[in-house]
Design a protein around this ligand. Sequence first.
Ligand code: GDP
Length: 431
Amino acid sequence: MPVVAVVGRPNVGKSALVNRIIGRREAVVQDIPGVTRDRVSYPAEWNERRFSLMDTGGWEPDAKGLDQSVAVQAEVAIDTADVILFVVDSRVGPTATDERVVSLLRQSGVPVVVVANKVDDQRQEPEIASLWSLGLGEPWPVSALHGRGVADLLDHVLTLLPTKAKAPIQPGGPRRVALVGKPNVGKSSLLNKAARSERVVVADTAGTTRDPVDELVDIGGETWKFVDTAGIRRKVHLQQGADFYASLRTQAALEKAEVAVVVIDVSEPVSEQDMRIIDLVVESGRGLVIAFNKWDLLDDERRRYLEREIEVDLDHVDWAPRVNISAETGRHIEKLPHALHTALESWDRRIGTGELNAFVAELAQAHPHPVRGGKQPRVLYATQATTRPPTFVLFTTGFLDPQYRRFIQRRLRETYGFEGTPIRIQMRVRE
Ligand code: GDP
């Protein structure tokens, strides 16, 4: 799906614009300064064109970290977006921070639309003329809060999106891998090690001047496309908001990937942030492989702790293939392709409707749903609606308990494997 990224200083109205475009209620996401919002990408649609809307402003720095933070947001957007909405507060006009971002945007080759926000009234429109001086073309006056001008803006954005004919994904091409994980777990070391033994080709970025974003890497004679490696290669040392930017990068990479390798540093305890990154992968519906890196640093004591941490903290993703590697020594990196294939095969897998209904019938007989309020919901029929990830629809006579849904999910895994992919279950209740 094409990606439209929203970039700009704090308080220019980025979130309000995102809310307006995706039709979300303002109250739900009132921004609280300094509070990290984890989610940054939202599905959006305009005139039957679907795109992913990325809000880079989930973390608002204080004055000290401002310039750097906004610049990093712009860089992430440049690396990942098809169109960038650069939001400016029309009442304030361009500031020094804006200028700095503008020079990054101008060099990027990515189409940029200047959005002059807070134009709540037609009489204010002439004031935005000063924004022509940014050199990014015509400023578009909008009021994100009241919706004014947003339809015209979106009409214009659609003209800038890549056409369907230019679909970036060729069937039979290299599979797309996101290498994700906390800072310093060894992502760039792994990329280097994998690349050094073989060949690295910088993927074509279609005539733009932006940094190479994706890299083709051969592992064991097979080519994989590692997406958004610019984010791995370009180290940013932020005093503030490092977690948020890691999360931003992760989600940007997941947008483009089919399968993710979450790298975890075994020399340190498995952390909240590791788990959050795993959750982002599961939420994104991509395949999941866990790489335990720095295995060379593992002593017996740490190994015992690690086993315990895996049991407790990673129990909910016990279906993900694991590789124990060392990016330093090269240990077991050659096992990565097998794990990736396992995840991708599951991700692509489809269970026939006949087989699925035999499974459901057997399940209902051996383990019927408990009676609730004198009623016993039954599953009438099941079908796999989609792959990537496998998504099942159950047609039922009533709402199924969450426990029962989890039970079905577990049984689906026990029966069919689905190693390395999240699976989703949806319900349609027939009254
Ligand atoms: P990134 O931020 O995830 O890309 O992490 P880097 O690849 O920059 O690695 C962070 C640090 O960990 C560097 O000092 C690496 O040399 C070191 N490192 C990475 N992988 C390994 C490993 O397998 N074993 C050891 N001992 N050190 C590693």
